[in-house]
Write a protein that binds this ligand. Structure first.
Ligand code: SF4
Length: 344
């Protein structure tokens, strides 16, 4: 039905599909997840790519798969090992959901990732976009995908009105992606859309002179590429000042840490506790520097102090140097530990 509706549109959906698939086959970057058809490996790559750039994902992806080469290996792993393997990728909720989903796949699907949309979307961490990516790339199903890159490309090619997050625009984008995705080679088409958005049809100064869709693109014909979609209004990050009192046990250099609770950001990770500026610094605490750290829309400036201590208050534990290598620590805590003598 959508095909019929969009067939009247300019540019012709078939011409767009053909040009994009041909270009992708010729110009795609060699990425490790493009060398496999293993649905588990493709699933892991899609989860890692959700909020992280391709270049940052590559080394993590290879290490993660070497450590957990199958759904079974991941399902059997200890949560701490999964979080540790995810260290450096951020947005740890993705790792916890992937781990929980692997257990469900083993329990309910005999260890084989399902190919149908409702079953995929019933798994933690798999939404409409990720389900479409897995179905098209791993199973060759003509399932649509829309993410930020795809939305930008389609908005420009079809000069779609509407700003980021507008419900009507979202609906149009999904309809359009559904109409465009071909029964033959949906994987190359979807990956081509993502690749074009990541490497050619970039947010600022798109490289239209090398674009396979240049002859078809309405925004380009009008010379108004960057007007689609209209730029997002950006809020300045909130600035928060905090103190970290790094308590070090005199006899062995162990550091006092707490584990973040289930409902907190970075749940399950270990951290040096933070306080409001001026609160909780014991006598003799020595300032060792400050670190800056951004989480979501907040920019933290944390002044770090070191104090000698022996007693561990309730809810915290001494973590020795060798454990600090193995346990999942928050990125902020890793930065703070680097300020200690010896960069521990
Ligand atoms: S012609 Fe330019 S604006 Fe249009 S899809 Fe290609 S890169 Fe994007």
């Amino acid at each position: 039905m959508w095909r019929a509706r969009f067939a009247r549109m300019t540019p012709d959906p078939r011409a767009v599909t053909r040009a994009l698939v041909r270009w992708f086959k010729r110009a795609q970057r060699d990425l490790p997840w493009r060398r496999t058809r293993d649905p588990y490996a493709i699933w892991v790559s899609e989860i890692m790519l959700q909020q992280t750039r391709v270049e940052a994902v590559v080394p993590h992806y290879e290490r993660f798969l070497a450590r957990f080469p199958s759904v079974h290996a991941l399902a059997d792993a200890h949560a701490d090992d999964v979080l540790h393997a995810w260290s450096g990728l951020g947005y740890y909720r993705r790792a916890r959901q992937l781990h929980a989903a692997a257990a469900l796949v083993v329990r309910e699907h005999a260890g084989t990732l399902p190919a149908d949309e409702p079953a995929l979307r019933a798994l933690p961490g798999i939404g409409r976009y990720t389900a479409g990516a897995i179905r098209s790339i791993a199973f060759g199903e003509p399932a649509p995908i829309v993410d930020g890159n795809v939305a930008r490309v389609l908005s420009r090619v079809y000069a779609l009105r509407g700003a980021h997050g507008e419900a009507r625009r979202e609906k149009r984008l999904w309809e359009l992606a559904t109409a465009l995705v071909p029964a033959r080679d949906p994987s190359a088409f979807n990956q081509g859309l993502m690749e074009l958005g990541a490497t050619v049809c970039v947010p600022r100064a798109p490289r239209c002179d090398t674009c396979p869709l240049a002859a078809l693109c309405v925004a380009h014909a009008r010379g108004r590429e960057e007007a689609f979609p209209p730029p997002k209004p950006r809020a300045a990050p909130a600035r928060v000042a905090q103190w970290a009192i790094v308590r070090v046990r005199a006899r062995d250099g162990a550091v006092l840490m707490r584990r973040r609770g289930k409902d907190e950001v970075n749940a399950g990770q270990w951290e040096v506790p933070l306080t409001a500026p001026g609160a909780g610094a014991p006598r003799g605490a020595q300032r060792v520097g400050a670190v800056r750290h951004g989480i979501l829309k907040t920019a933290y400036k944390v002044e770090a102090f070191v104090a000698r201590a022996n007693a561990a208050p309730r809810g915290s534990r001494w973590i020795a140097a060798d454990e600090r290598v193995r346990l999942p620590l928050t990125t902020l805590t890793r930065k703070l530990l680097k300020l200690l003598p010896g960069g521990a």
